[in-house]
Each structure stands twice: as structure tokens, then as C-alpha cells.
Design a protein around this ligand. Structure first.
Ligand code: PGA
Length: 250
């Protein structure tokens, strides 16, 4: 049975200016020179840089976005649609990141609509799920994560149009990470839920781990069972740091 091709994805969050495009170019150079061997590579910059990054991209690193509105167009001041992001050159869109869920009160229902909008445009949705520290301490990790998965991932999801990112909220930007065994446990539960829902196709969805991934811990986290890559925040901002994570797949 084939396995999903891993993806190492960078989420720049609200960071980066026009001069940060040089960092993207530096990453492309590193990836071209060193190769990726066995993974795909993606950067999701802020909206302001998507078009410039995508138009300058030479190929080894894909360009995505960090969120989208679920409507195609209309009276939604400040929002951007998946259709517009496709037009700007994005090929992936992250939806349901915990910072969106927390800062913008995004529910599973909203995340589901956004993922459907991503699919309707032929792009790949990276659907994020993850428990808070309090939920983990209450022993509810699996219940929360599988609940978010069931309610945020559309019925039309396939391994080609959807990726699941497990990101424990307490591990994001904190330097704390779950143990490899903890990551394997929840990723295996996610895999089982996908197989139950989608049959054998469930085996081919990429499952990314995210939360304080850096070059020094990527090796051990990326070999955890059912982990098919990483979603990286802070350590994706500098080409050299991010490339150190890609090393886990070289
Ligand atoms: P971090 O962020 O790598 O800075 O912890 C991960 C994320 O939020 O995607």
C-alpha cells in the first residue's frame, strides 16, 4: 500500500513584508540544490504577499494562504475568497487554524464552509484541529480532535483535496511539544477515523503535526506513526531554519 507523500508547510502568520520575498527565494534555492527527496514543500505567507510570491515562484516550493472567506464574493469588508486566492496563485489554503478559531470565533461549521469553498476552487484545504491545554488535562484530547475532524472536514474530502493538521493549541509558539508517542497516538486515532469515514482512501490523507516544530525536534516528530509532515509557524520564517526541518525527509 502506498503512503501519503509528506508535506512540510510553513505558516508565516502575520509576518513578512515585500523584502521577505528574498527569504522565499533563498528557500527555493536551498530546496533546489539539496532536493527534498521525499516531501513536498509549501509556504503560506500573509495575503499581501501571495500574488508576488506565487508569480515569482520557480517550482520547488508551492504557495498557499492562511485562511479564506466561504463566499465567492460580496459585501464582506476585509475578507478574501478562495476564488481570489486561486486567482493570486495560491494552491493550498489553511482553514480552521486555532488562532482563527480563537481570535475570530470560527466554529466547526464555519471551517467546514471554508473547506468547501477551497474545494470548489480546486485547491487543497489544510484543515486544522487540536485541543487546548485544559482539554488535554481533562483527558478530552481525542474527543475534541475527532469531533473537530468530523465537523470541519467536508464529506467531499479526498486525499487530493484535503490535508489534516493536528496542532495542539498549547504547543503552538510555546516551545512545548507532545512526546512522539503522544503524537503517534492521536495521529493514529485520526487515521482510524478517516478510514472509518472514507474507506481505504482514508489511508492516503496527509496528516501533519504542528506546534513548535523546529530543526532540532523534526527528526523525532516526523517519524511518529501516521505523521506525514509538519505545519510550521515560527521556524518557517527563515529559509535556513525551515530547510533544517525539511532535512527530516532527506
Ligand atoms: P509554531 O506554529 O510552529 O510557531 O508553534 C505552528 C502553527 O501555528 O501552525
Amino acid at each position: 500500500m502506498n503512503k501519503p507523500t509528506p508535506l512540510v508547510a510553513g505558516n508565516w502568520k502575520m509576518n513578512g513584508h515585500a523584502n521577505s520575498l528574498a527569504e522565499f527565494e533563498a528557500l527555493e534555492t536551498l530546496v533546489s540544490e539539496k532536493g527534498t527527496a521525499s516531501c513536498d514543500v509549501l509556504i503560506c505567507p500573509p495575503y499581501t504577499l501571495v500574488a508576488a510570491m506565487a508569480s515569482g515562484a520557480k517550482g520547488p516550493v508551492a504557495v498557499g494562504a492562511q485562511d479564506c472567506h466561504f463566499e465567492v464574493s460580496g459585501a464582506h469588508t476585509g475578507d478574501i475568497s478562495a476564488d481570489m486566492l486561486k486567482d493570486a496563485g495560491a494552491s493550498y489554503i489553511i482553514v480552521g487554524h486555532s488562532e482563527r478559531r480563537a481570535d475570530h470565533a470560527e466554529t466547526d461549521e464555519i471551517v467546514l464552509s471554508k473547506a468547501k469553498a477551497v474545494h470548489a476552487n480546486g485547491l487543497v484545504a489544510i484543515v486544522c484541529v487540536g485541543e487546548t491545554e485544559a482539554q488535554r488535562e481533562a483527558g478530552k484530547t481525542e474527543e475534541i480532535v475527532l469531533g473537530q475532524l468530523a465537523n470541519s472536514l467536508p464529506a467531499e474530502a479526498t486525499p487530493d483535496n484535503s490535508i489534516v493538521a493536528y496542532e495542539p493549541v498549547w504547543a503552538i509558539g510555546t516551545g512545548k511539544t507532545p512526546t512522539t508517542a503522544d503524537v503517534a497516538e492521536i495521529h493514529t486515532a485520526i487515521r482510524s477515523a478517516l478510514v472509518e469515514r472514507f474507506g481505504t482512501a482514508g489511508k492516503m490523507f496527509k496528516l501533519l503535526y504542528g506546534g513548535s516544530v523546529k530543526a532540532s525536534n523534526a527528526g523525532e516528530l516526523m517519524v511518529a506513526e501516521n505523521v506525514n509532515g509538519a505545519l510550521v509557524g515560527g521556524a518557517s520564517l527563515k529559509a535556513h531554519d525551515f530547510d533544517g526541518i525539511i532535512d527530516a525527509y532527506r
